[in-house]
Design a protein around this ligand. Structure first.
Ligand code: PGA
Length: 253
């Protein structure tokens, strides 16, 4: 089970991590009302580290809604591999830290497929973020074609080999065919794949891909599933809260 990593100052308690990836949804105003609503959620979900990942433009709004004493943390959806420079459109780790963000996702499959992210840029982004003091969620996952061709393990081994090992880094296994499709890797497939990734890398491993309140318990109950990266179901505060409450039940069981 996950060891409460992710924020340098956080106590190392047995925990799962539930991260909501809002993608390109929710501007600053909506982010602020969402986090105002969930600011006290961790009080009801002991053992669960709750993270939201708004778009860059909504980070400040999300942080304002949480105020200064919430245990909910805010991560960006990407971060650049240099601390400053001529990189139009990018945002650096020191900029995120200055705002009050605690971490960043790197290597999401949408970045890999639509924006030219490579294994090497994932590695560079992760290394720079970790060195600057951000926590990192590094995403890996095979496409449907790769799975059908029996290439899942090879693809994951290659992707994972580019991810640095660090106490503030967690992996997220997100089979590309399960993202936003309503298709979920069944708990058995998730467990088998997580166990394989575990044999390659020491980091805790989140599962992502159509996680919702109805399937979260079965996925999180798997021994090698240490949390979830939730897309669509994290956009509605009620369903995001429901996933976090399910996670708390699993931790308590
Ligand atoms: P989904 O997205 O839950 O909507 O499938 C997960 C993700 O892309 O992180």
């Amino acid at each position: 089970m996950w060891r409460g990593l992710g924020r340098p100052e956080s106590p190392k308690i047995a925990a799962v991590l539930i991260a909501g990836n809002w993608k390109m949804f929710k501007g600053a105003h909506e982010a602020r009302s969402f986090t105002t609503r969930i600011r006290n959620l961790p009080v009801r979900t002991p053992g669960v580290d709750v993270v939201v990942c708004p778009a860059f433009a909504a980070l400040q709004g999300a942080l304002e809604g949480l105020g200064s004493d919430s245990a909910v943390r805010v991560y960006a959806q990407s971060v650049h591999w240099e601390i400053e420079g001529a990189y139009t459109g990018e945002v650096s780790a020191p900029m995120l830290l200055e705002l009050g963000a605690s971490g960043a996702i790197v290597g999401h499959s949408e970045r890999r497929q639509l924006f030219g992210e490579t294994d090497d840029t994932v590695r560079r982004r992760a290394e720079c973020a970790l060195e600057a003091g951000l926590a990192v969620i590094a995403c890996v996952g095979e496409t449907e074609t790769e799975r059908e061709a029996g290439k899942t393990e090879g693809v994951l081994a290659r992707q994972v080999s580019f991810v640095p090992a660090h106490e503030h880094l967690v992996l997220a296994y997100e089979p590309v065919w399960a993202i936003g499709t309503g298709k979920t890797a069944g708990p058995d497939v998730a467990q088998e794949t997580h166990a394989y990734i575990r044999s390659l890398h020491p980091a805790p491993i989140l599962y992502g891909g159509s996680v919702k309140p109805e399937n979260a318990a079965a996925l999180l109950a798997q021994p090698d599933v240490d949390g979830a990266l939730v897309g669509g179901a994290s956009l509605d505060p009620a369903s995001f809260e429901a996933v976090c409450l399910v996670a708390a039940e699993i931790v308590a069981a």
